[in-house]
Every structure is written in C-alpha cells, then in structure tokens.
Write a protein that binds this ligand. Structure first.
Ligand code: BTN
Length: 325
C-alpha cells in the first residue's frame, strides 16, 4: 500500500483521531513526512482536522475517486482490486485495460475513469458516462479456463454487483440475462465482457462495468430516461461512489475466487435466484435470429438454457432478451 493509502486506512479505522507520532511509526517515515502527506491529501479535497490532543481526524472525503482511497477502503483482497488506477478522462476504460493487458500487467488491476469520451456498450452501442456521476471501470482477469467458459465471469460480475448494491442501498436489484442489472424494470448497471483467447485457453478477460450512481433524471437524455435509472433516483439520496466501488470490488474478488476454486455451480445458483429472466417466456435476438422459449437455467459454462416451443433445449451465450407477457 502507498503511504497515502496507509494514512487513509489508519484515519478510517480510528475515527477519534490518530497522532502524528503513531502514523509516523506505522508508516516508517518521519512526522514531518506524515505532515507533508496530510497536506497533499488536503489539497486533493480530504478534510483532515489536526488537533494537538486528538491528532489527525478524517472529517470528510471528496466526491471523487482516488486510487489510494479506494485501496484503503477496500482492505485486503486476493486478486480483484489489488492494483487500482484512476483517470480523470479516458476514451473507454476497456481501451486502457486492453493496453495494460497486452503489456502483461497482472490480473486483478482495476481502472476507473471519472468520465469516458467513447464509453462502449454491448452490441456496438454507446455508453453514456456522465462525469463524476457514476462508476465507469474495467477489471482485468486471467482465469485458467476454456474460452467457452468465459461467460462464467459475466455471471460472477452480475452476481457480485447485485449483492454489493443490495448491501449498500438495501434495494434488491434484479439481473436480466445476460448481464444487465435493473431496479423496478430500469437498467442501472451494464457489463461489457471482452475476451482475448487462443484456441483452447483464455489469455485475458476484461470486465467493463458501468454503474449509474448519482445521476438525476435531468442527467439522462429523454430517450434513455425511459429505460435507465440511477441508484440516487431509486433510493432518493446520493451515494458515496468510492464506498460503492470498494464494495463491488470486494464482492467480485470473492466471486472470482469461487470460480477459480471450481465453485461455479454455487455462484450460478445465486445468479438464478437473483435473475428475473429465469422461468420467464422470452424472445432472444441472436444476430438476425429470434429464439423463443422458456429460460430454464444456466449450464456449467454460464450459457443460458432455453426450452423452445418444440421442447428442445437451446444453449445461448449472448443476445438481446425480451420477456414475453
Ligand atoms: C452494456 O450494458 O451495454 C454494457 C455497458 C458497459 C459500460 C462500461 S463503462 C466502463 C467500461 N468501459 C466501456 O467503454 N464500457 C464499459
């Protein structure tokens, strides 16, 4: 952990205040160096009180994403989020991640951007990424799985996101196959999974995740407003984006460990419980084809099993789904 991350961790774990001497000892630096770091944190928007009796006390953090702060809030993780990078603006965090992946960066790195100029959605769609209002980020994974099983990672991401949102807001979101998260029928999260593979092994997977957090209705263009919502609109109050980001990475780290440990089945069960598509009669657009039937379950690779009108089981890995009434 960087010195700033260590300072923020100490300040958060002792809200009553930590003395400069104690911080200096924990970090193995001088008290003057601690003071310099505190000044730097103040310059980036942290409201840190310094009192001769109580030492340093964190009064408030800015509504901005900082890598050190995210690391401090996240705490110990196995893989996901052990390296966090934050950009003020990028084209797409998936683009940044693709370069890192090709450069051989270790799995688990998470790249956040406060805004994206070319945010991408599934099926070549655009993704709106209002500055400072949501969480726009990508996570790099290098699982030792066959390319056919890559869908497992999308299942993990959706399950982790639904759990994190429920924990942070008490709202129970639903998963819409393959990878949307909805609240009261409106989309609040999108996941774009991009894969680089050889014939029988995955080289890397980039999970691109967009969460609409603090937008008001006016932040969505009228055509999007009918279909999308934000956590703020659903809960009636603004959310701490950094806290939510840390919660999501923590849940994703757990679910990734479940996949790597061969426990996909348990994860799929949780996904199915949270998924409103399972058990419904649906029409799925797969390219130019429309497949109709009843969504039954996920298979061992994370693909959807659809019982068609003729009684056959079709295995579907992606598409646009409409629930039929
Ligand atoms: C979808 O529902 O169509 C998927 C949307 C995924 C959006 C996220 S935002 C962070 C990452 N970077 C991108 O360009 N896209 C994903």
């Amino acid at each position: 952990m960087t010195p700033d991350a260590q300072i923020l961790t100490a300040l958060r774990s002792t809200p009553a205040g930590v003395s400069g001497a104690e911080l200096a000892q924990r970090l193995g630096i001088s008290r003057a160096a601690v003071w310099a770091r505190i000044e730097e944190l103040r310059r980036t928007g942290y409201d840190i009180e310094a009192s001769p009796h109580l030492g340093y006390r964190l009064r408030a953090a800015p509504d901005a994403l900082h890598a050190d702060d995210l690391l401090a809030r996240l705490g110990a993780v196995k893989v996901v989020g052990r390296d966090i990078r934050v950009f003020q603006e990028t084209t797409s965090t998936n683009d940044v991640m693709e370069k890192l992946a090709r450069d051989g960066v270790k799995e688990g790195v998470a790249v956040f951007a406060e805004s994206q100029t070319k945010g991408r959605g599934r099926l070549g769609r655009k993704w709106l990424s209002a500055a400072g209002k949501g969480l726009w980020f990508s996570v790099l994974l290098r699982p030792k799985i066959r390319p056919q099983a890559a869908t497992q990672l999308t299942v993990a991401a959706a399950t982790a996101l639904a759990r994190a949102i429920h924990r942070q807001t008490a709202v129970q979101p639903e998963i819409k196959w393959p990878n949307d998260i909805l609240i009261r029928g409106k989309k609040v999260v999108g996941i774009l999974t991009e894969l680089s593979a050889e014939l029988d092994t995955v080289k890397y997977i980039i999970l691109g995740i967009g969460v609409d957090v603090n937008q008001t209705a006016a932040d969505f263009p009228p055509d999007v407003r009918r279909l999308a919502t934000s956590l703020r609109l659903e809960t009636g109050q603004p959310l701490d984006r950094a806290e939510l980001a840390a919660a999501i990475l923590r849940e994703l780290d757990q679910d990734y460990a479940r996949i790597c440990g061969g426990q996909f089945e348990a994860l799929a069960d949780e996904w199915e419980e949270r998924c409103s598509t399972i058990g419904a009669n649906v029409a799925i657009h797969v390219g130019s084809r429309i497949v109709q039937g009843r969504a039954e379950s996920l298979d061992a690779d994370g693909a959807l099993l659809l019982r068609t009108q003729h009684g056959h089981l079709e295995r579907i890995i992606g598409g646009d789904v409409t629930v039929e009434k």
